[in-house]
Design a protein around this ligand. Structure first.
Ligand code: SAH
Ligand code: SF4
Ligand code: F3S
Length: 517
């Protein structure tokens, strides 16, 4: 790295899912260690990095319009380096460099360990050809045992996370921990298997160590991340790559080793992993995980969730559609009946579990009858909330090649709004059921909208501030406290008595037991 690097400031903007948020955090750690400083103004930074998402066209358009604005500034003489990270360059490839000449370099999500050298080249103004200005996986990891080398570097990136005491000041007491990279499911509409590569599970000891170190810095809540997180399965000693070829695994300390193993007791399942984190990191008061895949839920996972008090009673398990015909075209690998069987089983084992989901409306050939089946599914499951998306055809997916995007825009919009309306009624009822209960809230922040004192303000009355947090079941809850104690409650778990509700919100007051503390 050049001696000029430390004086450079970086603006980093993140789009997309929790994986990207975590990657951005690791990028920030990595580049701060090298002497860069992070800056919250895009207009004056020396380097602008976008960590991008490609899951829907809209997500890509957002970042491309930012690039357009910066191109104009660059043409007007602004000296700024632009780097595009994440899923969009991985999906689109090097052609982005010719389409958008203002972009200095591209770095895919599986190549983030290459970022410092890409950035250094750009700072030094080394004139490189297109290939040297991009670090992209280009599906390499799906091909061979070269996987282990790439994996090594990625594992190093996760292990490079800084656990300094400043962590709490900058990131709060809640942290993401990756347990699985990539995805092997190939749902026909989805870019993720192409952008994030083959599914690779991290060694359980590395995950536990990371949780312990986070807990030592004061973190009390972790969210385990994977595209199909409950599919986690680590075979010690020997692993198979996507082609079924044995590759050496990376053990703790990153020495590649290969030794013969007896099958049964050398596998760590997702249920084992949850239980180990719960037992071995007692400082963690909340353990969550996203996103779950409906088909991989054995009773072992649900039973561990029931028996381990600090594992949250929350599941995000997208159904995507309520029609078997559409689920088949999506290659989701389950039927509506199987999905409902899973929901019934989850509720039988964990009665207070809250379930959230995702739905795609307007998938090619979706009829009113298919849509009605989705309405029925939503009414039956009673999700605490559902994220509803229009189908967006994505280059490189099976669906864009095989099916015409034949559901008109206005029909997609109507179906989306209808699902949102029905969902709001159900969420309203789910939330209302909490009125009168005293529940633990993990306080996340001082809510932006300050409490408005109504009527005459009495002089001796302290100003109130609204705090916002979440229940273990992931319901958002706001409550008012006196201004002088507000900051000290952020990052704590407090007990709140719920007095009111709205479709996506609980409102309450600190419980008497809490006030007495
Ligand atoms: N791995 C997660 C979800 C990843 S993408 C899972 O399988 O559940 C997040 C959500 O985006 C998906 O659940 C899906 O509902 C939505 N999505 C993905 N591709 C899409 C597309 N092409 N058009 C519209 N929505 C899409
Ligand atoms: Fe995409 Fe399906 Fe994998 Fe989720 S499970 S990331 S929707 S391919
Ligand atoms: Fe988007 Fe990539 Fe995540 S496409 S949803 S940022 S895995």
């Amino acid at each position: 790295m050049t001696s000029a690097a430390p004086s450079k400031t970086i603006f980093l903007e993140t789009f997309g899912c929790q994986m990207n948020e975590l990657d951005s955090e690791l990028v920030q750690d990595q580049l701060s260690t090298l002497g860069f400083t992070f800056h919250d103004s895009r207009n004056s930074a020396d380097v602008v990095l976008f960590n991008t998402c490609s899951v829907r066209e809209q997500a890509e358009n957002k970042v491309l319009s930012r690039i357009g604005e910066l191109s104009v500034e660059k043409a007007d003489g602004r000296d700024v380096i632009i780097g595009m990270l994440g899923c969009l360059p991985e999906r689109e490839g090097e052609s982005l460099l010719s389409k958008y000449p203002s972009i200095d370099f591209l770095c895919g999500p599986s190549e983030l360990n290459m970022l410092p050298s890409l950035l250094d080249n750009a700072i030094q103004g080394i004139a490189l050809n297109r290939a040297d200005r991009s670090a992209l996986q280009g599906n390499r990891s799906r091909r061979s045992a070269a996987l282990s080398a790439a994996e090594d570097n990625l594992e190093l990136l996760d292990l490079s996370r800084s656990f300094n005491p400043d962590y709490l000041q900058t990131k709060g007491k809640s942290a993401y921990v990756r347990i699985t990279r990539g995805c092997n499911k190939f749902c026909t509409y989805c870019v993720v298997p192409n952008t994030r590569g083959a599914e690779v599970h991290r060694p359980p000891d590395s995950i536990i160590d990371e949780c312990k170190e986070l807990a030592e810095t004061g973190v009390i809540e972790v969210t385990l991340l994977g595209q199909t997180v409950n599919h986690y399965r680590y075979t010690h000693g020997v692993a198979l790559n996507a082609d079924g070829i044995e590759v050496p695994q990376i053990g703790p300390g990153l020495t590649a080793f290969k030794k013969p193993v007896a099958p049964s007791d050398h596998v760590t399942t997702f249920a084992n992993l949850l239980q180990r984190i719960h037992e071995e990191v007692p400082e963690l008061q909340r353990i969550r995980f996203v996103t779950s895949y409906p088909r991989d839920f054995g009773d072992d996972i649900l039973t561990v969730m029931r028996d381990c008090q600090r594992i949250c009673n929350y599941l995000h398990v997208p159904a995507q559609s309520g029609s078997n015909r559409i689920l088949k075209l999506m290659n989701r690998g389950y039927t509506v009946e199987e999905y409902l069987e899973f929901v019934d089983r989850a509720r039988a084992i964990i009665p207070d579990v809250e379930i959230a989901g995702d739905i795609i409306v307007g998938f090619p050939t979706e009829t009113e009858e298919d849509f009605q089946a989705t309405v029925d599914l939503i009414k039956h499951v009673r999700f605490k909330n559902n994220f509803v998306f229009h189908y967006s055809p994505r280059p490189g997916t099976v669906a864009i090649d095989r099916f015409e995007d034949d559901v008109p825009r206005d029909v997609k919009r109507r179906r989306l709004n209808e699902l949102l309306d029905i969902g709001a009624v159900i969420s309203g009822e789910v939330h209302r059921a909490y009125i009168g209960q005293e529940i633990d809230i993990f306080v996340e922040k001082v809510s932006s909208k300050e409490h408005q004192q109504k009527g005459v303000e009495l002089r001796w009355e302290q100003a109130k501030v609204q705090l916002s947090g979440r229940t273990a079941g992931d319901l958002i809850c706001v409550f008012d406290v006196n201004q002088d104690v507000a900051e000290s409650m952020v990052g704590e778990i407090v007990q709140v008595k719920i007095t009111e509700s709205a479709p996506l919100l609980l409102k309450g007051t600190l419980s008497v037991a809490q006030l007495a503390k």
